[in-house]
Ligand binder design. Structure first.
Ligand code: ZN
Ligand code: FE
Length: 256
């Protein structure tokens, strides 16, 4: 298996783009280039050859760098077939569950609607990396813009069902405000308190809180803990199905 390296690229005010590359061949892909310049700077600095741009969803803060990068570096743009019309410059259209091969890695495209109707996440099967766009954040979940709660819940659960050791790379640095929300409704969670210390230390040094892992999110992300009794009780939803808890949490977070 080729071991791939992930380089985090800060874009705009709180976006993350990710450059993933093979250190031997120097071949690279970028996920969600919010803007071209910071991505290009990293590509040059690391002497990489950008082959592909992979897009999770059509929002401007995820595709903003597409055309400039394609024109300047001659790379191909990859995205979900069903949302192709909204992805600027798309060259390669992939279907749900289809595998895209890159440097011996199998990248699976997974349909994950809710934030948008055409949202997908990419799962790197061998390296166990998930690039989840705006579906799941560290300690949070994305806003529901185009889909409904059922879709978003299923998408979050799809990500939650990945192997525990999977590293999660999301589209934004929202962890600190997500943390405050989690602490409000899950204040007795020891793992969350431990995580709070780590997050505050990282952000105090202006460092990313990304990647997180599936296991860490299971322990501390309230949207991954909708089956937890004390959270349900706190919301006066004791005995209700987890999706009811999820719906309530999403509503509360929208107004937090
Ligand atoms: Zn978005
Ligand atoms: Fe976004």
């Amino acid at each position: 298996m080729s071991h791939l390296i992930v380089k985090i690229v800060k874009c705009l005010s709180n976006n993350y783009s990710y450059i993933i590359f093979n250190p031997n061949s120097k071949k690279a892909i970028v996920i969600d280039p919010a803007e071209a310049t910071p991505v290009m700077n990293e590509i040059n600095k690391l002497s990489l050859e950008l082959n592909y741009i992979l897009i999770t969803h059509h929002h401007e803060d995820h595709v903003g760098g597409n055309i400039e990068l394609k024109n300047k570096l001659n790379c191909k743009i990859v995205g979900f077939s069903k949302d192709a019309v909204r992805i600027p410059g798309i060259d390669i259209k992939i279907n749900n569950n289809e595998i895209f091969n890159f440097e011996n890695e199998e990248i699976q495209l997974n349909f994950s609607p809710g934030h948008t109707n055409g949202h997908i996440f990419y799962y790197f099967k061998k390296n166990k990396l998930a690039f989840v766009g705006d579906v799941v954040f560290s300690l949070g979940c994305g806003r529901i813009f185009e889909g409904n709660t059922d879709e978003m819940y299923n998408s979050v659960m799809k990500i939650r069902s990945l192997p525990d050791e999977t590293k999660i790379y999301c589209g934004h640095e929202y962890t600190e405000s997500n943390l405050k929300f989690c602490l409000k409704y899950d204040e007795n969670n020891y793992d969350l308190k431990k995580r709070a210390n780590e997050v505050q230390k990282l952000r105090g040094n202006n460092l990313p809180t990304i990647p997180t892992t599936i296991l860490d999110e299971k322990k501390s992300n309230i949207f991954f803990r909708c089956n937890n009794e004390s959270i349900a009780r706190k919301l006066e939803l004791e005995g209700q199905p987890p999706i009811k808890v999820f719906k309530k949490l999403r509503e509360l977070k929208d107004n937090f």
